[in-house]
Design a protein around this ligand. Structure first.
Ligand code: CA
Length: 225
């Protein structure tokens, strides 16, 4: 789980990072709205913790622009304000949750867990075209046919099935599957996508993994284009 923290008060940003890292989350912190948008665009975060009062582009604007650009990453908005009007403008801007400062660490963790649970709520398979991906068994299923995926193949397929027709940058797949620190390169992604295309074909799936030059990958149903 990767969490982006956007908070210009460095001490608070540091303490949130420390708390989340101690719970096994991977974190990055940025301190202004411009950088927040650049990082959110990478598409690699499972959650953004976003302060409202930021220098430059404020948190409401970051959320609005992220949503306008069809970025679906869940947003937990932090603010010192607690008025109803402020809360409503946060939710209108595209935040999923709202936490008023000061909050304690248990409150923050409970909120994060609720958001992440809701994300993965009771989903045991993902579907696209005539094919489904069973999340418990890592089986790719098309009608009577199925094929088992290796761990890396499964992770990549899960990300592709989750984003469907939306383009997913190669770099985002690389970071989500291999992590920030890994020495894996984009060529690894290409090799695994090759394996996945063969497996899709082997079960008669109508799902195609399309690539748009260097932009990345998305799914299509054959015959739809
Ligand atoms: Ca602030």
């Amino acid at each position: 789980m990767k969490i982006l923290i956007v908070e210009d008060e460095r001490l608070l940003a540091d303490s949130i990072e420390e708390l989340l890292r101690s719970r096994g989350f991977e974190t990055e912190a940025v301190y202004d709205g411009e950088s927040a948008l650049d990082y959110v665009r990478l598409g690699v975060y499972d959650l953004v913790i976003l302060d409202v009062m930021l220098p430059g582009i404020d948190g409401l604007d970051v959320a609005r622009r992220a949503r306008a650009a069809r970025m679906g990453t869940p947003i937990l908005m932090l603010t010192a304000r607690s008025g109803l009007e402020d809360r409503i403008s946060g939710l209108d801007a595209g935040a999923d949750y709202y936490l008023t400062k000061p909050f304690d660490s248990r409150e923050l963790l409970a909120c994060i867990n609720a958001i992440l649970r809701r994300q993965g709520a009771q989903v045991d398979e993902l579907e696209f075209g005539n094919t489904s991906l069973d999340l418990a068994s890592a089986l790719l299923v098309c009608g009577e046919n199925s094929v088992r995926l290796s761990a890396k193949e499964f992770e990549i397929m899960r990300i592709l099935f989750s984003s469907g027709e939306r383009n997913l940058p190669k770099q985002a797949i690389l970071v989500k599957v291999w992590g920030f620190e890994s020495e894996a390169v984009e060529n690894h992604v290409e090799v695994y996508v090759g394996f996945l295309r063969k497996k899709l074909a082997s079960i008669g799936s109508n799902v195609r993994i399309k690539s748009i030059r260097s932009l990345g990958y998305h799914l299509e149903v054959a015959g739809d284009a």
